[in-house]
Design a binder for this molecule. Structure first.
Ligand SMILES: [Zn+2]
Length: 225
């Protein structure tokens, strides 16, 4: 894979092939930094089994530098991701997505206060994703607890009910831009499907690594084989 830089010099990304089909993000929230290196390892390990992709390891360099959820200008990248943003990190990320059409967007996050694993599966159809269910089963077999219940009862923005770490959300055709990166991507048909694995922040790094690896194996490699 080749490394590229946007016109905002702090933002870089990797790309394979001419017409990437898979978009991978990490480092959107700076307090969720451990998953960045783990996904980088997995991308290198599974590169030959993936379709052409774009990988943006550090979506918000200033947030990751500070290890805070918000970036250097106090912006939560996953709540204020709008086309007319004047935040240089939002602008640079949109620059990467211009003139590209993916079929799948995956954004890895960590839930810093959680020891449970869960994943959002968002697409225009209401199909339950058997690959994700198989992945969740493997994670559970590893001894990681899957979230059953509401993701974040204190956050009005969230409040989704998970079953065995899985939540299927059907993206509506007329969905509003709600400031999430996924809404921006899906609304513009930059991708038609979105996964958001929420790696439990409270488990050790070896367990986080295994969760990321099984996601690549069971979901991404299987999907594109
Ligand atoms: Zn996050």
């Amino acid at each position: 894979m080749r490394k590229y830089q946007t016109s905002e010099p702090s933002l870089f990304y990797y790309q394979t092939g001419e017409n990437p089909r898979l978009l991978i993000h990490t480092g959107t929230h700076g307090d969720e930094y451990e998953v960045i290196d783990l996904v980088m390892e997995a991308v290198k390990k599974y590169e030959d089994y993936l379709p052409s992709f774009v990988f943006v390891p550090v979506v918000s360099p200033s947030a990751v530098a500070k290890r805070t959820r918000n970036n250097g200008r106090g912006i939560d990248m996953n709540r204020e991701f709008y086309s007319d943003s004047d935040d240089k990190e939002v602008v640079a990320n949109i620059e990467i997505l211009e003139n590209k059409e993916f079929d799948l967007f995956v954004s890895f996050h960590e839930d810093p206060g959680s020891s449970f694993y869960y994943i959002y599966d968002v697409k225009f159809s209401d199909r339950v994703d058997e690959l994700v269910l198989a992945h969740n089963k493997k994670v559970s077999d590893m001894g990681v607890e899957l979230l059953n219940g509401v993701d974040d009862p204190d956050d009005d923005f969230l409040g989704y009910e998970f079953v065995d770490g899985y939540l299927k959300l059907t993206h509506r055709e007329e969905y509003d831009d709600d400031g999430t990166v996924s809404a921006w991507v899906l609304n513009r048909r930059k991708a038609s499907e979105y996964y958001c694995p929420e790696i439990p922040g409270l488990v050790d790094i070896a367990t986080k690594r295994k969760i990321v690896e099984t996601f690549f194996e069971k979901v991404l490699v299987e999907r594109y084989k």
